[in-house]
Write a protein that binds this ligand. Structure first.
Ligand code: GTP
Ligand code: MG
Length: 379
């Protein structure tokens, strides 16, 4: 059944249509923004008003720019930046209130920072207490299949042990574990992975989807919108390990304007991201997620690296233009200073004398998480 058939069915069956908040967690690069885009596209086409919330430690977000491009209405995309949702719960509440009351969103879909965990205790329980006029959907946690296999095999893969700890805690606290990117797997592997996941987390619902192709989204979403219980699991989180897992990543956001003669936006993006991938692989550092977007003539092309250079994926409309905006967000296991030096060198190499204005540049190491609220029991 198609997603809009499910939504129509929910409406027919009379599920109350107050604003519904769907929180989609999951580690860096799991596919959260891809899923938000897909859902927003399908739901908007179905006539529903959809609000989207992005979140980051700093502003100038590729995710916000991408979602604004995809959304029918830019006003429906709100960025909570400067801190994660859990450490800035009032900021998140404000975004939800704006989308519900001013934008009149029927569905609000929020993407927390990929390196955050303990969301059931610090976001879902507080929302249940302080946002009683909003339907809070179960907490869904997206997971990349290879990272899931690593966790099930008790391996950390290319992650720092403390970063792998965060990923595991995200799964422990999920109401729904959503295995993403199944377009890359055989049906047999998907079934096997689902079975192993259910065996490890027997009280958690497990779904398998492809945010990119749309497979499985309807089944998951119908369950999410029909289920009345959210935040039913609290993970035991050691904040020292959690803080270390976040702090091993250097974090960089930059945006700048370029000018030239018929710049090939796709070629420029490919060259920039391949160059960055090569530099990180050469330094043998783990990439959490490196993403960049080039916007020109009202079109956008976006690229992501979620591991080694070979993971590079580009999507969007390629245009040639004399002017463009470029945004780069990098989360890589190295110091912010080293990360900044590499990114600036690569931008200089690829863009040469084309950069006319830098509009943002921030690099940081995420600080210790200090949630606004932390509930120690399910309410
Ligand atoms: N093959 C495949 N790739 C996917 C799918 N979903 C996402 N991706 C790719 O995974 C990469 C990361 O996707 P994003 O949606 O940006 O991931 P994210 O979880 O939002 O990442 P952060 O915002 O950094 O936490 C991109 O290259 C996507 O194209 C999928 O269903 N199948
Ligand atoms: Mg994202």
């Amino acid at each position: 059944m198609l997603l809009n058939d499910y939504i129509n069915r929910i409406e027919r069956e009379g599920v109350e249509m107050t604003a519904k908040l769907i929180l989609i967690g999951g580690f860096l690069g799991a596919g959260k923004t891809t899923l938000l885009s897909k859902m927003a596209y399908i739901m908007t086409k179905n006539g529903n008003k959809v609000g989207l919330i992005t979140n980051d430690q700093a502003s100038a977000l590729v995710d916000t720019a991408l979602l604004e491009k995809i959304s029918a209405n830019k006003e429906g995309v709100v960025e909570v930046s400067g801190s994660c949702f859990c450490c800035n719960f009032p900021g998140m509440q404000k975004a939800v209130s704006y989308l519900k009351d001013k934008f009149a969103a029927e569905y609000i879909i929020a993407e927390p920072v990929g390196s955050c965990t303990d969301l059931s205790a610090t976001i879902v329980q507080p929302l249940k207490k302080y946002a009683q006029d909003t339907f809070i959907a179960p907490l869904s946690v997206l997971i990349d299949p290879q990272r899931l296999i690593n966790i099930l095999d008790n391996k950390i893969g290319d992650l720092h042990p403390s970063a792998a700890y965060i990923l595991e805690k995200q799964l422990d606290e999920a109401d729904n574990i959503v295995i993403n990117k199944i377009d890359l797997l055989t049906a047999e592997t998907v079934e096997n992975l689902k079975k192993r996941t259910i065996a490890r987390w027997p009280t958690t619902s497990v779904f398998a989807i492809s945010a990119q192709t749309g497979t499985g989204i309807s089944e998951w979403l119908f369950d999410v919108l029909a289920e009345q219980k959210a935040g039913m699991h609290l993970a035991e989180v050691d904040y020292d390990i959690y803080a270390e897992g976040e702090a091993v990543l250097g974090w960089l956001n930059t945006s700048f304007e370029i000018k030239g003669n018929q710049i090939d936006c796709e070629a420029l993006l490919r060259s920039l991201l391949s160059g960055l991938g090569e530099r990180f692989d050469g330094s043998q550092v783990a990439v959490g997620h490196v993403k960049a977007i080039v916007i020109a003539k009202n079109e956008a092309v976006v690229g992501n690296i979620t591991g080694k250079k070979e993971t590079l994926q580009l999507r969007g409309s390629a245009v040639k233009a004399d002017e463009a905006t470029v945004i780069v967000n990098a989360r890589v296991e190295m110091s912010p200073e080293q990360l900044k030096a590499i990114v600036i060198e690569e931008i200089a190499r690829v863009c040469k004398d084309k950069v006319v204005k830098e509009t943002a540049l921030k690099c940081l190491r995420p600080g210790r998480p200090k949630p606004t609220y932390r509930f120690d029991a399910v309410i």
